[in-house]
Design a protein around this ligand. Structure first.
Ligand code: BG6
Length: 478
């Protein structure tokens, strides 16, 4: 993270009394404040359609920071942070006059932490109250719910703000381990030269969560795993894994390379997609209900809580290499990883010595938890006979840096305050993401059940046959 405080400006959080604000935004702003990385001069103005006075908002923020901050708050830094806080009670359908009056600076970062249904009226409100000049807008996902609505939303925003003032957030890009992929690939000559179809047989990307839909059932019913994770988080991780070296590390060079990968993705056919939904089971030793019994969920819901698909990137580098991606809620463990499996050795030298098979080499990027990177290879078990065993070389953030990576939202807020677009999604990326999944949204394959606490439906195993998915603790050597 750069050490300069960003230029003076206010920060406005729409939806300031909500869940995202409490869990992520206020704690991230607090930690930036503590590290001297907020603008020297600038208020943090919370706005929400609730009756709340300044004192109540400050109490809300203190509680949020105490509960969710990654660092233990001190009284002094908490007081310093809350001195910046203001609150404006407003209805998003009304004029933003009161908000405008509360802003003291010509420049501001506006965060839309509100349900997607409120995006358009707030954006119009920004235009109608003469706030467009000097506003940088952070807009949360989901950005639309299909290709057409994403285009409509892009048009509505562009009617008020030009693209350089827009920051479409995907918090996966703020994760240290995802950014480190760029350094790992392009800062180490040893890996980049085997990062292609000549050496790699297949790539697998998993975003598994052990959590269910929690209190977000009503929202999730309209969303499902493909819209919630595949179209954004998974495609962004895939784009960074598969992109060509950019000519520089500036925002446009990186985003140009990412969008090329998304453009090279062949349209997905529904028969290469598995949609699952969790039933009751046991997660982390506790019995949990099935998705259809969660609050806010329809008893006969056909919303997917799991999706797996086979993707092909039609490019010189990746032609013929399958990319398997999957995501699910209520899986056996929280585990986000990228697994690159290398081609087998050409000659089975060890067969005559009684060794039946030699495992392929793998490179595993542990995005979260236990952040790090591991390479597996076979070694000879010491002794007079030839026995082979998978072993691994690994790097973890914990052992090398004695620290766990900072919160994604801190990095992203700081970048947006500095006007840096590198880790935000451009208009063409978001639209191309929708275009790729649109055939599945139009003709979704039927839902299949999987038990909460498992690794997903057995139908997904068929996608990767004759091989198997690399689940946590199964594909790990050593
Ligand atoms: C959000 C999704 O974007 O990402 C949630 O809406 C999901 O459904 C979350 O739980 C996962 O984020 P993380 O950082 O915990 O992997």
């Amino acid at each position: 993270m750069g050490l300069r405080p960003p230029p003076d400006q206010d920060v406005v959080v729409f939806g300031a009394s909500g869940d995202l604000s409490a869990r992520k935004l206020l704690p991230a702003l607090y930690n930036l404040s503590k590290e001297g990385l907020l603008p020297k001069r600038g208020d943090i103005v919370g706005a929400a359609p609730v009756t709340m006075d300044q004192e109540a908002f400050i109490d809300f923020a203190r509680k949020a920071v105490r509960t969710f901050s990654r660092t233990k708050p001190t009284q002094r830094s908490l007081d310093e942070f809350t001195r910046r806080l203001r609150f404006v009670s407003l209805d998003p359908r009304e004029n933003l006059r009161d908000l405008r009056a509360a802003l003291k600076r010509n420049r501001r970062l506006v965060y839309l932490a509100v349900p997607p249904s409120a995006f358009t009226s707030l954006i119009h409100g920004i235009g109608d109250s003469d706030l467009a000049d000097g506003t940088s807008l952070i807009i949360e996902k989901p950005f639309g719910h299909d290709l057409e609505s994403a285009r409509t939303l892009n048009d509505a925003i562009h009617a008020v703000l030009p693209e350089p003032q827009i920051f479409r957030i995907d918090h996966y890009l703020g994760k240290e381990t995802v950014q480190n992929l760029l350094v790992f690939r392009f800062g180490n000559s040893v890996f980049e030269r085997v990062w292609n179809r000549d050496a790699i047989a297949r790539v697998e990307i998993t975003v598994a969560e052990s959590l269910g839909v929690e209190q977000r059932g009503a929202f999730y019913e309209q969303t499902g795993a493909i819209r919630d994770i595949v179209q954004n988080h998974l495609f962004q991780v895939l784009a960074i894994t598969a992109m060509e070296p950019p000519i520089s590390f500036d925002a446009e060079s990186i985003r140009n390379e990412k969008v090329k990968v998304l453009r090279a993705l062949k349209p997905i056919t529904p028969d290469e997609v598995v949609r699952g939904q969790y039933t009751a089971g046991v997660v982390d030793g506790k019995r949990v209900p099935g998705y259809r019994r969660e609050p806010g969920v329809h008893r006969h819901s056909t919303t997917e809580t799991y999706a797996a698909m086979r993707l092909c990137i039609d490019s010189w580098r990746w032609s013929g290499v399958p990319f398997f991606v999957r995501t699910g809620k209520r899986m056996a463990e929280r585990d986000t990883r990228i697994v690159l499996t290398f081609r087998d050795v050409p000659l089975h030298l060890f067969q005559r010595l009684g060794v039946r098979s030699v495992d392929s080499n793998r490179l595993v990027v542990h995005v979260q938890p236990d952040e790090g990177i591991a390479v597996t290879f076979v070694a000879k078990v010491p002794g007079p006979e030839v026995h082979l065993q998978d072993v691994k070389m690994s790097f973890t953030y914990d052992s090398s840096f004695k620290a766990s990576p900072p919160e994604a939202y801190e990095r992203l807020l700081h970048d947006a305050l500095n006007g840096d677009h590198t880790l935000f999604i451009r208009e063409d990326e978001v639209e191309r993401g929708w275009q790729v999944v649109q055939p599945v949204l139009d003709a979704p394959p039927p839902i299949v059940p999987y038990r909460a606490g498992s690794w997903g439906p057995k139908e997904a195993d068929r996608l990767v046959e004759p091989l198997h998915w690399h689940n946590a603790h199964v594909g790990d050597a050593g």
